[in-house]
Design a protein around this ligand. Structure first.
Ligand code: COA
Length: 320
């Protein structure tokens, strides 16, 4: 499987750390030193569906194939305003695609989870051209009266078109149960058989524990992938890591002992956009001509669950 099209979209509203310090007990210096984040984009005048459509259209256009030639749409999304229908279903007609779709909740690892499934579909020749859209609005999960989580996230969407070809070399996806460290819980309706006093609980996160799990799990994925493919960090040209926290990326980089230039970041501008983050970074770098034809890329992501997804691929240049 190879990537033949990329796209991304971000909300217009730019929110600085100082703007957050206007109503939360936080500061630009705390957020910058602990996370590396300077600004994030938050949905205000658009919807998540708008972002998802914009990213998907850009990916399809750059792929050179027609919307009707998309055989499957996998939509990576933790949650949006609809539980049903799926976000993927809502995108099909506006895109001009007529194909099966489902939403995949792989938390922040959802894009790599989606790629892994697409790879299996393509390898079995069941489907050929697959559109993957990762669209996330984590700002809608946070309690905006609390400083612990709300400062970390941003909204955004990315999209990839993949098809058969030489590109992806290997995947490693994992899962484990650590519910308490990171969760967002919605209220259930009462039934005649079970009356519940349920209420939605905004995102709860044990930051330090998530930090530890993220670094450990990502390092394990990267080490296993490199070893399995007879490679070392030297053989990787670009590491595209989940954009959650600059310090997490730095821990992984230090373990690999590779130069900073190999670890591009954009979390400074967008915060943690959950499963959309690696796709947004890939799209920006690719459009800026910073991913060279034939370059070896390593993707690594992690998120609530706890889940992880990593992959190694050879990049083939895309004409925009
Ligand atoms: N502004 C100012 N102070 C804050 C704050 C904020 N936004 N959020 C927390 N604090 C305070 C805490 O209350 C604590 O105060 P105390 O020492 O008086 O108790 C202090 O800062 C240090 O908190 P701590 O949790 O130890 O900080 P940290 O160095 O671990 O950084 C995170 C906190 C959340 C930035 C960091 O743990 C992290 O990035 N974790 C991973 C989060 C993540 O990536 N989640 C998504 C996974 S997909």
């Amino acid at each position: 499987m190879k990537i033949i099209g990329t796209g991304s979209a971000l909300p217009e509203k730019v929110v600085t750390n100082d703007m957050l310090a206007g109503f939360l007990n936080t500061s630009d210096s705390w957020i910058t030193t602990r996370t590396g984040i300077h600004t994030r984009r938050l949905l205000s005048i658009e919807t998540l569906e708008d972002l998802a459509l914009k990213a998907a259209r850009a990916a399809i256009e750059s792929s050179g194939i027609q919307p009707e030639d998309i055989d499957y749409l996998i939509c990576s999304n933790v949650a949006n305003s609809y539980v049903s229908p799926s976000l993927g279903s809502m995108l099909l007609s506006p895109l001009g695609c007529c194909c099966p779709t489902f939403d995949l909740n792989g938390a922040c690892a959802g894009l790599v989870y989606s790629l892994d499934i697409a790879d299996a579909f393509i390898k079995t020749k069941k489907y050929r051209n697959i559109l993957i859209v990762a669209a996330e609005e984590p700002s809608r999960f946070c309690n905006w009266h609390e400083r612990e989580t709300s400062v970390l996230f941003g909204d955004g969407a990315s999209a990839l078109v993949v098809t058969d070809g030489e590109g992806f070399m290997d995947f490693r996806v994992t899962g484990d149960t650590h519910t308490d460290v990171l969760y967002y819980k919605r209220a259930l309706e009462s039934t005649p058989y079970d009356r519940v006093e349920d209420k939605t609980e905004p995102l709860v996160m044990q930051g330090r524990e998530v930090f530890r799990l993220a670094v450990e799990a990502s390092i394990e994925d990267v080490d296993v992938l490199l070893e399995r493919n007879g490679m070392t960090g030297e053989d990787i040209d670009v590491f595209l890591l989940h954009q959650a926290n600059l310090r997490i990326i730095e821990c992984i980089r230090e373990h690999l002992d590779q130069p900073r230039e190999k670890f591009p970041t954009n979390l400074q501008n967008y915060g943690n956009t959950s499963s959309a983050s690696i796709g947004i970074l890939m799209d920006e770098l690719s459009r800026a001509g910073q991913l060279k034809d034939g370059a070896t890329l390593l993707l690594s992501s992690f998120g609530g669950g706890f889940v992880t997804g990593a992959a190694i691929l050879k990049w083939s240049g895309i004409q925009y």
